[in-house]
Design a protein around this ligand. Structure first.
Ligand SMILES: [Zn+2]
Length: 576
């Protein structure tokens, strides 16, 4: 291992870790700036004998990559230029393993999902009985907790996606309990929790929320949708800084193990910003974070000055709080997404957008003017159209700039709006893992949309064909954090355990190069990091992942089985 210049150095390449599977390797850097011209100095690290898929503009291949001071100084064949390998260069022969740019997840909730992992985690339960068993045993194992909290129950496991307080009262009779659904848009609570929050049959549904009720008595039945969840959140104890830090620690260990080197933290309020910044200052933040601070439907554009303060206050070398998250609607399963035409099973109800057009336009104009990147949750075709309209308004009013505003989730897009992403320079962020033909789609969404509209769910290929920038996100813990799960699903449109099944909505499948771009260069572009990361090119930061197999040489159905054997993250700041 070569000597590493001291400026900006937080660690050196720990050679011993390099040979551990899935180890995170922290490559040190000499601060910003390209390496000097002149005769080639020896590299700190050379990877050779690999299948290096560079994701450069030509999508070229190489076999060797050399790194000095945290930056890529050579990409090419194994016949390396003279002088690149010095006496102290660490040379690793990859034996044909694949090298990709480090994965970038363009929509994920690292801290809250990491916190969830330490609570009653229902993500892997496949039946209502399994959910019940997990809750009962978690409560028994944690008698000291004042609340039973957890998340991850799947909506299709319960009739009408509507689990009852009566069931939860039997499982947790002695304390309040609140369990978020896997998609975060519903919560299941018991009678004690409802009583503590003062929710009774006389409590009206809050704006943009619904208290599910017994149709005979009008009593709250135990499931809360969207903003009605806030009635419970108000009485929950705040997470401590230690809980948040532990959540971050769990999240980044998992993420790095999957080869993720950058995350877009989709909702990061002040406690989360504090947690990321503290980790970066102490040298323990092991992915780059682009953070979206939450907007608020009540505060509207009056919040912009505060968000601008946070943007400055919490910026650290690897934390860039440059974005603002707006929820424009809910989800189709709960009938809270805003549609252009009614749900077929809701008697003329098409769902409500969270911001009306005037409020959304005003907020987008103000955020755009203040230089924020706007990241909007839009699921229904009406919410998508209103958001595109708001971005168009912001561009018209403030002048076109390279804003790279993003719409995320994009379950249902009216075909007339598909070309507008490219035309307006709006990034389309999909969660490709959701295009899986699961019961969320077949049982809960499609019957309410009908076949004509259902065709336009997750139209990834159609948007890609327009030339718009399309990125990928996991929305973890809503779905798997492993980018390879999503990359496979974007190509197959069927779950790996159901290979006999016909692919769901096959016209919207894309190919492997496209899926890799979604999680590398396109995500980097989406958050303005594409000049520094996202591809393997001389001069860029050496954020890399080594995969045990070349994804192009195995059957598509096996992509999800491939493991990351090494993840490299460079501990130096991005040059904006
Ligand atoms: Zn999300």
């Amino acid at each position: 291992m070569g000597t590493v210049p001291s400026a900006g150095v937080i660690g050196t390449l720990p050679t011993s870790l390099l040979r551990l599977p899935a180890a995170l390797v922290l490559a040190a850097c000499a601060g910003p700036g390209r390496s000097p011209d002149g005769p080639p100095a020896a590299a700190d690290l050379v990877l050779r004998g690999g299948a290096v898929y560079t994701v450069d503009a030509a999508r070229s291949w190489a076999t060797a990559v050399a790194i000095r001071n945290g930056r890529i100084v050579f990409v090419g064949t194994d016949s390396l230029p003279a002088g690149l390998v010095g006496p102290e260069t660490d040379v690793i022969d990859l034996g044909g393993q694949m090298v990709l740019p480090g994965f970038q997840d363009n929509h994920v909730h690292p801290i809250s999902s990491g916190v969830e992992l330490g609570e009653c985690n229902l993500n892997d339960a496949n039946t209502a009985a399994e959910v019940a068993d997990l809750i009962r045993s978690y409560a028994a194992a944690h008698p000291h907790l004042s609340w039973i909290r957890g998340a991850g129950w799947q909506l299709p496991l319960f009739p009408a996606a509507n689990p009852s307080k009566a069931l939860l009262d039997r499982l947790v009779p002695d304390r309040p309990a609140a369990l978020d659904a896997a998609d975060g848009h519903s919560a299941w609570v018991n009678s004690t929790a409802l009583a503590l929050a003062g929710i009774t049959r006389d409590t009206p549904d809050p704006p943009n929320g619904r208290i599910e009720r017994d149709p005979r008595t009008g009593e709250p039945s135990g499931t809360l949708r969207e903003s009605a969840i806030d009635l419970i959140v108000r009485v929950l104890p705040d997470r401590t800084d230690a809980e948040l830090a532990a959540g971050l620690e769990r999240a980044q260990r998992l993420a790095n193990g999957f080869g993720i080197t950058t995350v877009f933290a989709a909702v990061a309020g002040e406690p989360h910003l504090r947690t990321y910044a503290a980790a970066d200052r102490s040298g323990t933040l092991t992915f780059r974070v682009v953070a979206a601070m939450p907007a608020d439907a009540v505060e509207g554009d009056s919040l912009v000055p505060l968000l601008a303060q946070w943007r400055t206050r919490y910026a650290t070398p690897r934390l860039r709080p440059i974005a603002v998250k707006i929820f424009e609607d809910g989800v189709i399963e709960a009938r809270t997404a805003a549609l252009l035409a009614p749900y077929l099973d809701r008697h003329g109800d098409a769902g409500q957008p969270i911001y009306d057009a005037t409020a959304l336009d005003r907020l987008a104009v103000e955020l755009d003017r203040a230089g924020f990147q706007i990241h909007v949750h839009a699921i229904g075709d009406r919410a998508v159209r209103m958001t595109l309209d708001a971005f168009a308004r912001a561009g018209a009013q403030n002048g076109a700039k390279d804003a790279r505003h993003t719409i995320t989730h994009l379950q249902l897009i009216d075909p007339a709006d598909i070309p507008r992403f490219r035309a307006l320079g709006v990034v389309a962020n999909f969660e490709p893992l959701w295009a899986n033909g699961s019961e969320y789609l077949t049982t809960l969404a499609e019957p309410a949309l009908g076949p004509r509209r259902s065709r336009w769910q997750y139209p990834i290929a159609s948007v890609v064909r327009t030339g718009a920038v399309v990125s990928g996100g996991s929305d973890w813990s809503v779905s798997s954090l492993n980018p390879l799960d999503a990359i496979e699903m974007g190509i197959t449109h069927r779950p790996p355990d159901q290979l006999g099944r016909a692919p769901w909505n096959p016209a919207e499948r894309v190919d492997l190069p496209t899926m890799i771009a979604l999680y590398t260069i396109n995500a980097a572009y989406a958050h303005h990091q594409d000049r520094e990361t996202g591809s393997i090119e001389a001069g860029k930061l050496a954020d890399l992942v080594v995969l045990e197999r070349n994804l192009f040489e195995i059957p598509v159905e096996r992509i999800h089985e491939v493991r990351a054997t090494r993840t490299l993250l460079v501990l130096c700041p991005i040059n904006d």
